[in-house]
Design a binder for this molecule. Structure first.
Ligand SMILES: NC(=O)c1ccc[n+]([C@@H]2O[C@H](COP(=O)([O-])OP(=O)(O)OC[C@H]3O[C@@H](n4cnc5c(N)ncnc54)[C@H](OP(=O)(O)O)[C@@H]3O)[C@@H](O)[C@H]2O)c1
Length: 311
């Protein structure tokens, strides 16, 4: 029987995904039709981006699963009309690799104090060396697919790494922790904090006035996770007092970041336009095709979202 797969994302994504997704589905040996215009009642699977025009899943009466193209699912997980399994994007060869590169780059920027040399209009001959990585503890809040991959890369560079998650985790060479005590532990020793948590009710304002105060003075925040993880006003206040030396922010409560937002003008903030890591069509298509194959074969879906936890 032919499986009907609907591609539902922004219209310009179809051109990027049509070929790689078709090629990856062909590799599975499934008999399929892939289009972006099926009648809802004919659709078996949806390859989905939360900014798609489809927001009501009720007409998709024979739908079996939805494959989210993004790692973050906050834009779909609370949709009451979606009652079938939802998977999120985990793609080591694309999305994860991109995040590892972005996080490592921004951690190294702050660790090495690169700005002193890149922006040096007075030609200041400041010969002071940075500490070695072994003296620069980094804590990663959110120790999942992306957090763990970033931890492995930072560990390989010599940084002492702490990972904070909801459930217990273990990784050789990394200090792992959870809960409120674990958060205190992760923050109190960290000179650089990387946020790789999902946006859920439980993670909102993880960094607030109280938790920012736990960090040693002059700590740096790197947030490629989601905007609501940080209380913006508390961060700006901590930047103004020097409690936080710098924040590199890729994600915001409102995107694009509104023109009047103080993050744009604050000298202690670097704004990047939600580019920490993108889903890459070639490798992501292979992940999606394999997951559809698994589901058709009666094997468990990979990267299943826990709807009650919200990620
Ligand atoms: N800026 C970008 O370009 C970009 C790109 C991709 C992803 N992202 C963001 O990165 C996030 C993480 O992606 P991922 O694939 O690594 O997700 P993931 O594998 O689901 O990992 C999420 C981690 O956060 C932890 N967590 C969740 N709620 C928590 C809580 N209340 N307290 C403590 N820890 C908690 C989880 O704990 P458990 O391990 O116990 O479940 C897990 O370790 C995504 O949700 C997305 O928002 C951003």
């Amino acid at each position: 029987m032919t499986i009907n797969i609907l591609f539902a994302a922004q219209p310009d994504s179809w051109a990027q995904y049509k070929e790689p997704l078709s090629a990856a589905l062909q590799q599975t040996g499934l008999s399929y039709a892939l289009r972006c215009d099926f009648a809802p009642s004919d659709v078996d699977y949806i390859v989905y981006a939360p900014n798609s025009a489809i927001q009501d899943f009720a007409p998709f009466t024979r739908l079996k699963a939805v494959m989210n193209l993004w790692a973050g699912v906050e834009g779909v997980v609370r949709n009451k009309s979606l009652t079938v399994p939802l998977t999120r994007m985990v793609d080591e060869d694309g999305l994860t690799q991109g995040m590892v590169e972005w996080v490592t780059g921004h951690v190294l920027r702050h660790h090495l104090g690169m700005d002193r040399h890149i922006v040096n209009p007075d030609h200041n001959w400041d010969h002071s060396p940075p500490p070695l990585s072994r003296d620069r503890p980094v804590s990663i809040l959110g120790f999942g697919a992306l957090g763990q991959a970033c931890a492995a890369a930072l560990l390989a560079l010599g940084f002492p790494v702490t990972g904070w998650s909801r459930s217990a985790k273990a990784m050789d060479g990394v200090t792992t922790c959870g809960g409120a005590d674990g958060l205190r532990q992760a923050l109190s020793g960290a000179q650089i904090v990387v946020l790789l948590l999902p946006a859920t009710a439980a993670t909102e304002n993880t960094l607030n006035a109280e938790t920012l105060a736990l960090l040693p003075r002059g700590a740096v925040i790197v947030n490629p996770g989601r905007g609501p993880l940080i209380d913006d006003d508390a961060l700006l206040a901590a930047l103004d007092t020097g409690q936080i030396a710098h924040a590199t922010l890729d994600v915001f409560r409102i995107e694009p970041l509104p023109e009047h937002h103080r993050f744009w003008s604050h000298p202690g903030v670097t704004v990047t336009p939600h580019i920490a890591s993108e889903t890459r069509p070639d490798s992501a298509s292979r992940v999606i095709a394999e997951n559809i194959r698994r589901h058709v074969a009666g094997e468990g879906l990979l990267h299943l979202v826990d709807r009650s936890a919200g990620y």
